[in-house]
Design a protein around this ligand. Sequence first.
Ligand code: BGP
Length: 449
Amino acid sequence: MSFKKDFIWGAASAAYQIEGAYDEDGKGLNIWDLYSHEEGVVAHGETGDVACDHYHRYKEDVRLMKEIGIKYYRMSISWTRILPKGTGEINRKGVDFYNSLFDELITNGIEPMVTLFHWDYPYELHCKGGWLNDESSDWFEEYAAVCVKLFSDKVRYWMTINEPQVFVGLGYDNGEFAPCIKSSLPEILRMSHNILLAHGKAVRAIRAGAKREPVIGFAPTGPCITPKDNTVEEIEKARYQSFDMWPKGFVFSNSWWGDPIVLGKYPDKAFEYFGDTLRNLIKDGDMEIISSPIDFYGANIYRSSSTGTVNGYDSNEYIGCPRNSMDWVITDDALYWSAKFLYERYKVPILITENGMPCHDRVSLDGKVHDPNRIDYVTRYVKGLKKAAEEGADVMGYLYWSIMDNFEWTSGYDKRFGLIYVDYLTQERTIKDSGYWYKGVIDSNAENI
Ligand code: BGP
């Protein structure tokens, strides 16, 4: 048994993390352009101004992708490169850039998969209240419709939003990520509802405007809880906890976002906790818009925590557990349980939109980048994913995060997730051992794992 024949193998990136050229060719500013410049936001005062300079080096990058054997490339569009003010006037040079990139990918046999929003929110719209403004879902719909009109002759795969858990939780709840805001509970509820509406309206805009049959999803993350042993009780507990939500920090949960989008309703607990404050936000027809059918459920998964832990992964269960350079525990069965649980609950194909490992990579004296830990990590996680597929979960594909080392948000450039090493001083690229190894995984549809 194995993955299906048309299994999607690829790697992912996001515009702000790789493109650079932050104020070139008519691009408008976004919240990361601005807030990364504020003191204390990003480690070592680093910014994404230049990043991997992918904007100028995309041809070389596509060539390296081809060398690695990448078949699908998940990337995001920088909203303000297309619409500098977030809505209204279109920036032709931004459009030209993405058209050239898509052409380059397609010519090299790589299918582009586009995320519309990977956190780089237009600054002009932020000044109008951002997601708190009840027009924000219309702004996003306009942006989605523009992209579909411009690019759907080349792009079939679309993801609306990346990790609402994280951009809301860290950006507007605890204030660590741009735009560094700590919001009140009613504000968090309101912006969540607007984001869900934005997602739904974008799904409809893509479906209505696409020139070729689109494949649409979104790319959430969320807690993945695994059973500490294989007893029925522990498995049930893990399933329950994976979709549970709490009165505080609930934006990080799976069900707060996944249930409205796929099941068409907020979790019961949300009404228990927030009562009329939530009820009053929901207008007639909203839930139908939010739950406009999607073709796949994306999942960004890096780690899990076991039902045996007291406080998630920070407990004795993980004493001495291997950790990556972000200090995240390495939990081999994360993809197995999450693919299984997500598919059981949502019953739409699961696409692993991100999974990967940041390591302490460097170019060795022999000129190569040896990263056996990354190879070991992917082997273990993909084995789990394969087992989930063999046991009946509809798993559509796996996208490694990330195609190349890049700007890891507030952690700056130290954390290297890439299959391609980037020397930020010279912009020289080196395919890591894992990149060459991944080619074998792709070519054999993971029969070698
Ligand atoms: C992505 C980011 C990555 C990485 C990842 C972490 O969407 O762009 O750079 O930070 O999320 O995932 P999580 O937030 O689930 O830990």
